[in-house]
Structure formats: structure tokens, C-alpha cells
Ligand binder design. Structure first.
Ligand code: CA
Ligand code: CA
Length: 451
């Protein structure tokens, strides 16, 4: 069972007092009673690796950097069969302990599209598994008789014992499926997909399905102003412990206490604009087992203008740039200062005032001088007309001319050239005169007529 825990606050509370709902009472009610039986009983774990091309289990799936420990997604299913027609270019691994109903010889089959492998252990240890069947090309869904290798030799199993069973499939394109069947005492003579009642899902350590997943805002989100913090609850979770702090290592001191009552709200401390926070949700099942979550982070949107382009300290900026930034939380208008005198820009000297922009961008109409260091600043104006001064940023305009690959002519501008040395070496090949307008490109082809 998967449920979402929704954290809601009023908009006004966002930066100063944030409340976090740990679990809705409904979720609590739905989850109670599921923890008594053996974890994974009746289920098969299927792990999926997306965006891998090719059809070979060994050559494409096993060689993926994300295999075996970082699947794109995983799920418990009720039988040893992955849904057909799921996608293209993915790999899947099904893992379970099977418990035969009687003692005797069992025969196994694997079917699927594209290549498949089936591995059976002599006991419950995956390390003792050997490959007992495979699909070398592809078959239809539960098509057991297309290739000779799909069928295993008889396997002597003991009733009530657990045997680790693993099926793998690598899908390239077209149809896709993975089916694992068996026949034997208590099952019948015909190949039959292995039902969940003979299976117990393989548990990873830790088992991601028991952990809090899918944080919203997403992990490492920036400019967060969301009033809702959410995650997908771990399977079987009946309680949640939330931690919030300003360092990646969260300790008991960072745990948020629960409010009394059924709402189970937690209060976050003041969230400071511009600050990065770390949070974690530990899931607890009905038996009291705790599944610590991964540590996520988010950065609260600053009140000031931020994330400038060009970046602070940038070099070789074009002489006709468009300056952009991300507005502060409450910024409705943007007052831009720009100049070569850092002190004047810092002081907001009217001589450096470029104007008030409705959008978070400014393109100096007259262009800028090359070989120059500029300073700029954006003050945000909020709805009430208050000014929130921004930091002073800097950039340096182009310091050498470069030419586009294959370019044979350049335009020379005497007006600008008068203000500069008559000959400025190219920063790349040291043999170009300074040319205007500045051309940003790749390579540095000598233009012999201009040398
Ligand atoms: Ca497909
Ligand atoms: Ca296919």
C-alpha cells in the first residue's frame, strides 16, 4: 500500500512558521493491520532499469552503471510475471523466494521479449543460483515452447523450503514481457505462471519500498516557495518521523515533535530565505520497525535578486549582453544599476541607474565597452513599494577577438578602435588585430588580409 503524506501551510506562514503534516489519519487507518504477516509474503519484487538500449541481459543490462543496485523503479507484484507492453529500452529483474507445495521434481520455464534468463538457487541464498533456462531471442507472452532453452531440467525441491528464484529480461523495442512458469507436484503438468501464494518478495537492505520516497519539492530543489511538502509513504508505514536541519547530517536534535491530536502536524522552525535545508522522513511500520529515509535538501527562494546571467565573475562577456536574473520572492519590479565604478554601483549612485525593469532582464541599448570590468546590482521592489537591495555582481567584457570557424571577413569599426590600442593580440593565436564588433565564436582562423 502506498499513500502520500501531504504537508500544508498557509501562504503567510511559509517563511516563518512552517507546519508539516506527517501522516493523515486516513493513511494511518489504512495501514494498520498490514504488518503482522511475513514481509513480502505473496509478492515478487520487480526492479526496472529504464533508458538502456539493446536486447542482451549480459551485454546491455548487466553492464549498465545502475545495475544491480540502482533501478529506476521497483514494485511488488502478485505473480512471477512482469506486465507486457510496459515500454521500450529497459531491463527488468524479478526476485522472490519460492516455496514448493510438495516435495518432488519441478520443471521451470521462462518466456519473454526480448532476451531472458532464469536463475534458481539450491536454497535461499542468491549466491547459489545457477541459470536453468533462457530466451535467446524473444517469445510471446507466456509462450513456453518457442525455444528449447526456455525449459529447465527437472529440479528436485523440498516442500516448505525456500528457494531463491530470479528472472531477468532485456527489452529493446516492440513487444516486451517477462513470464516465469513452473510445473510439478501440487501445480500440475502444464507450465503455469508462478502464483504469488508460492512466493515471498526478495527484500533489499535497506528495502526502498519501505522508505519514504518522491519528495516534493524534489531533492535539491532551489527557489522553493511551495506551501506543501509531500512524500510518498513507505509501504506498510503507519507512522513517520520528520527531521529538518541546516546541515546534511541530521541528528535526534533535528527531529520535529508531533503536535497532539489526530492531525499529526509538525511545526518547522523559521525557514530563512536563501538558506539550504536538509530533511528526512523515517518510516515506521506496525511492528515498530524503523526505515530511515534518504536525506533530501531544498533551498528557500531568496528575497533578493539572484542567479545572475552572466554569472558573477564571468569573463569574455559580449559587449551587447542581455543581463538576466531570478527575481526575489516578492519582487514585482527591478531597479538596475550598472557601471564600471564598484563604489558607485554599491551606493546606488544615480549615474549608474539603468532603469526599472518590469521583467527580470536588461539589455543595455548602447552596448558596453570591451576590455572592461562592469559592476551591476538589481534591487527588488515588492508590492508595497519597499526596496530589497541585491548583491553587487561583476563581469568582464571580451578581451580578445575570435572568429567563427570558416569565417573569412570581419567588420572593422573605427569609432571603437580609437579608444583602444591599435593592435591587440588575439588571446588564442596572438596574431589578430583587435576588431569590432566583437565576435564570439570558436577557433581562431588567421585572416591574412587583416594581419
Ligand atoms: Ca516495448
Ligand atoms: Ca521487444
Amino acid at each position: 500500500m502506498v499513500n502520500d503524506c501531504v504537508v500544508k501551510t498557509s501562504r503567510e506562514d511559509i517563511m516563518y512558521k512552517k507546519s508539516v503534516c506527517l501522516a493523515a489519519l486516513l493513511a494511518l487507518t489504512l495501514c494498520v493491520g498490514t504488518g503482522a504477516q511475513e514481509l513480502g509474503k505473496g509478492k515478487v519484487l520487480f526492479e526496472y532499469w529504464d533508458n538502456i538500449s539493446g536486447t542482451s541481459v549480459d551485454g546491455n543490462l548487466r553492464t549498465s552503471a545502475n545495475f544491480p543496485n540502482n533501478p529506476t523503479s521497483s514494485v511488488w507484484l502478485d505473480k512471477f510475471q512482469s506486465p507486457s507492453g510496459r515500454a521500450d529500452n529497459y531491463g527488468v529483474r524479478g526476485r522472490a523466494y519460492i516455496t514448493p507445495p510438495e516435495t518432488g521434481n519441478y520443471t521451470f520455464w521462462v518466456a519473454g521479449d526480448d532476451n531472458c534468463q532464469l536463475w534458481l538457487s539450491t536454497d535461499d541464498n542468491p549466491a547459489n543460483a545457477t541459470m536453468i533456462a533462457q530466451v535467446a531471442s524473444w517469445t510471446g507472452v507466456a509462450e513456453w515452447g518457442k525455444e528449447a532453452g526456455q525449459k529447465s531440467a527437472p529440479q528436485a525441491l523440498v516442500a516448505g523450503q525456500k528457494y531463491y528464484l530470479e528472472g531477468l529480461m532485456k527489452e529493446g523495442g516492440g513487444g516486451d514481457s517477462l513470464d516465469v512458469g513452473w510445473a510439478g507436484p501440487g501445480i500440475g503438468d502444464a507450465a503455469t505462471v508462478i502464483a504469488g501464494k508460492y512466493c515471498t518478495a526478495f527484500l533489499r537492505s535497506p528495502e526502498p519500498l519501505f522508505m519514504a520516497q518522491n519528495p516534493k519539492p524534489a531533492d535539491k530543489a532551489v527557489d522553493v516557495v511551495a506551501s506543501t511538502f509531500e512524500w510518498t509513504a513507505g509501504m506498510n508505514a503507519v507512522n513517520h518521523e520528520v527531521f529538518l536541519g541546516t546541515t546534511p547530517v541530521l541528528t535526534a536534535a533535528d527531529q520535529k515533535p508531533a503536535l497532539p491530536g489526530v492531525a499529526m502536524y509538525y511545526h518547522f522552525d523559521t525557514l530563512e530565505p536563501g538558506k539550504t535545508y536538509y530533511w528526512r522522513v523515517d518510516e515506521i511500520d506496525a511492528a515498530g520497525n524503523k526505515y530511515p529515509g534518504n536525506t533530501w535538501s531544498f533551498t528557500v527562494m531568496p528575497m533578493t535578486a539572484h542567479a545572475p546571467t552572466p554569472a558573477d565573475g564571468a569573463k569574455d562577456v559580449a559587449v551587447k549582453p542581455t543581463l538576466t536574473w531570478t527575481a526575489g520572492q516578492t519582487g514585482m519590479g527591478h531597479v538596475v544599476y550598472l557601471g564600471k565604478d564598484k563604489a558607485a554601483v554599491t551606493a546606488g549612485d544615480p549615474a549608474t541607474l539603468a532603469g526599472t525593469m518590469a521583467d527580470a532582464k536588461f539589455a543595455p541599448a548602447a552596448g558596453l565597452d570591451a576590455f572592461s570590468t562592469y559592476y551591476w546590482r538589481v534591487d527588488e521592489i515588492d508590492m508595497a513599494g519597499a526596496t530589497i537591495a541585491g548583491p553587487v555582481w561583476t563581469f568582464t567584457t571580451v578581451t580578445y577577438a575570435s572568429v567563427l570557424e570558416g569565417q573569412t571577413t570581419l567588420t572593422y569599426n573605427n569609432r571603437n578602435a580609437r579608444r583602444r590600442p591599435p593592435s591587440v593580440p588575439c588571446g588564442v593565436c596572438q596574431n589578430h588585430r583587435f576588431l569590432e564588433p566583437m565576435l564570439i565564436g570558436i577557433g581562431c582562423e588567421p585572416l591574412k588580409s587583416l594581419l
